[in-house]
Design a protein around this ligand. Structure first.
Ligand code: F6R
Length: 240
């Protein structure tokens, strides 16, 4: 794993440049996308680059990592809504080629064929990840098998607390999600992970210095052949 340390602004720019390079090299790239606070700067940079004509997303396909069970795609805390608001509505992407797991209706059937669907598109070329304070990636919480594919997951108590900042009340945070599994993520050809802030320091320490164990889901990335970890000084503070 490579590590890049810089301000949130700088690492967001660097990751956006990786996406731009990827799409300019292969216009029909398959991009793996994340939600949450961490990738917001990256998406803002991609919107800007698209508006400036430095990159076109018209032929890309995207697959998002996860979705809360119980929220319609129109709910303002659903991950489909997040992606539309923060990226898709502002770039020249074909929305029919954007995939976000469903959180309602036939969500189980959709989840079951998600990995196959990714394969049909040729596999993920570039995947962006955030990381939970407990070391989760996507919604793969501690104890998730390393060989997991897309599945239904229970959110850890710490994740519910972390994510409650975005809801009116903690009781509104869904307790379950559909998520790509750890194996689904490891299948991506290239991975970039972004983490900022002191509350990610322990997870980053465990990722970079800890043993590979299912108790720390992100530690599986130690085995990925092309994975770069982008952190700010706070997230990196326990490693130095
Ligand atoms: C979101 C996701 C999660 C987040 C993680 C960090 O699609 O997969 O694993 O990346 O919970 O969230 P933030 O960036 O909000 O701290």
């Amino acid at each position: 794993m490579k590590v890049v340390v810089g301000s949130n602004e700088k690492i967001s720019e660097l990751i956006a440049e990786e996406f731009i390079k990827q799409v300019n090299k292969k216009p029909n790239s398959v991009l793996g996308l994340a939600t949450g606070t961490s990738p917001l700067g990256v998406y803002a940079n991609l919107v800007k680059a698209n508006k400036e004509g430095r990159v076109s997303f018209k032929d890309v396909a995207t697959f998002n990592l996860d979705e809360y069970i119980g929220l319609e795609g129109t709910h303002n805390q659903s991950y489909r809504y997040f992606m539309n608001e923060n990226l898709f509505n502002h770039i020249d992407i074909d929305k029919s080629r954007t995939h976000v797991l469903k959180g309602t209706g036939d969500y189980l059937a959709y989840a079951k064929q998600y990995d196959e669907e990714i394969k049909k598109f040729g596999g993920i070329d570039l995947q962006i990840l955030g990381i939970g304070s407990d070391g989760h990636i996507a919604f793969n919480e501690p104890g998730t098998p390393f060989d997991s594919l897309t599945h239904v997951a229970e959110l850890a108590e710490s994740t519910i607390v972390d994510n409650s900042r975005l809801f009116n009340d903690i009781s509104e945070v869904p307790t379950k999600a559909v998520t790509m599994g750890l194996k689904s993520i490891m299948n991506a050809r290239k991975i970039v992970l972004i983490a900022t802030g002191k509350n990610k320091a322990k997870a980053i320490y465990n990722l970079l210095r800890g043993p590979k164990t299912e108790e720390v889901p992100c530690s599986i990335l130690q085995d990925h052949p092309d994975c770069t970890i982008y952190v700010d000084e706070d997230a990196y503070s326990l490693v130095k």
